[in-house]
Design a protein around this ligand. Structure first.
Ligand SMILES: Cc1ncc(COP(=O)(O)O)c(C=O)c1O
Length: 365
């Protein structure tokens, strides 16, 4: 008898989440003492703005106390920001936690979960944890295939995850595609719009999913402070929905799921949104530079509305991902997503990091 035999059978084959390789791990593994540039986890390359850093330091003096359990003040601030009632907002330990809580709160053993694939790796993980059937709908030309996703919805479907823009392909679906998807869809199906990269989007036909909430109690919108706000490590994200969804999520969360440092940082971030615009603008400029340079090297690059690019290399380009790592540049291999052995995802870094990446790649191709 082994401990594995004691584990619940449907959990034995769960593959734990594999993050982008941390800088210190690469240094240790390869005994590398040069400069390391990490472009693997769609993080913001800059530290949080000064106001947010000050808020984090202020919170330190109170960490002997438990945090505000329902995130009262942050919900009020987000309510003002999004012109919704505070009781339509739920805060999570990263939007990841909310994805997990939605499944816990709503999915029965015979239900099905529909999501695009390749997409965010957490959707298959939470489906496996729930022990339910996951219906993976293949992308078409690196984009969500909304018609096929609609066809995949059956009387058993409880949740549809729509990752928009999609991680890892960076593409988006438009307002008209979303409208067609929702047209006639039963309110018994929860539609979760995962918009982790929303603040980077420039496309004018991107859907305003928050406006859907007032007529559709089955729509949930997810946003995060991990990306544009540079707060990946403090773990904070939120959902916007009908208040009944929020009531359900509160029933399944842990008592103090969001720490006080994260709450204070998020409030300061929201009060200084104007300072973030310059980062989104730099990201767009650098995104254009990176895409053009990669295309010149023969890569196929789907258009991106995010802070990252999917890079499909030209034939016969060799073990690029490993060779980049040998030279201290970490990108995210896409082999586990079935997108090609040497296809990778690269995050937009600082102008310096991006040029270093392109120069290094030129030496390899
Ligand atoms: C599509 C998508 N959703 C959610 C998340 C999770 O974000 P958080 O850090 O808020 O848990 C990510 C993070 O990479 C993501 O790419």
């Amino acid at each position: 008898m082994s401990i594995m035999d004691l584990m619940r059978p449907h959990l034995k084959n769960v593959k734990p989440y594999v993050p982008g390789k941390p800088i210190e791990e690469l240094r240790r593994e390869r005994n590398f003492d040069g400069e390391i540039i990490k472009l693997a986890s769609n993080e913001n390359p800059y530290e949080p703005i000064e106001e947010v850093r000050r808020a984090i330091i202020d919170e330190l003096s109170q960490v002997n106390r438990y945090p505000n359990s329902g995130c009262f003040y942050l919900c009020a601030e987000l309510g003002k920001y999004h012109a919704l009632h505070a009781n339509q907002i739920f805060i999570g330990n990263g939007s990841n936690e909310i994805i997990d809580l939605i499944v816990r709160a709503f999915v029965n053993p015979d239900d099905e979960i529909v999501y695009p694939w390749p997409s965010f790796i957490v959707y298959p993980i939470v489906s496996q944890l729930a022990g339910v059937k996951a219906v993976e709908v293949p992308l078409r030309d690196y984009r969500l295939d909304c018609a096929a996703m609609r066809e995949a919805v059956t009387s058993k479907t409880k949740i549809v995850f729509i990752c928009n823009p999609n991680n890892p392909t960076a593409t988006y679906i438009s307002k008209s595609e979303v409208d067609r998807f929702l047209d006639g869809l039963s309110e018994d199906v929860l539609v979760v719009f995962d918009e982790a990269y929303y603040e980077y989007v420039a496309a004018s036909d991107f859907p305003d999913t928050i406006s859907l909430i007032k007529d559709r109690p089955n729509v949930i919108v997810l946003r995060t402070f991990s990306k544009i706000h540079s707060l990946s490590a403090v773990r904070i994200g939120y959902s916007l929905s009908h208040e009944d969804v929020v009531t359900c999520l509160h029933k399944v969360r842990q008592p103090f799921n969001v720490n006080s440092i994260a709450q204070g940082a998020a409030i300061a971030a929201l009060r200084n949104m104007d300072k973030i615009a310059v980062r989104a603008k730099e990201n767009r400029d650098e995104l254009r530079f990176m895409r053009e340079e990669l295309q010149k090297l023969g890569f196929v690059i789907p258009p991106s509305q995010t802070n990252f690019l999917l890079a499909v290399p030209p034939h016969g380009s060799g073990a690029i991902v490993e060779q980049l790592m040998d030279r201290g540049i970490i990108v995210r291999p896409m082999k586990p997503f079935g997108l090609g052995d040497e296809t990778f995802r690269v995050t937009i870094g600082t102008p310096y990091e991006n040029r270093k990446f392109i120069e290094t790649l030129k030496g390899l191709i």
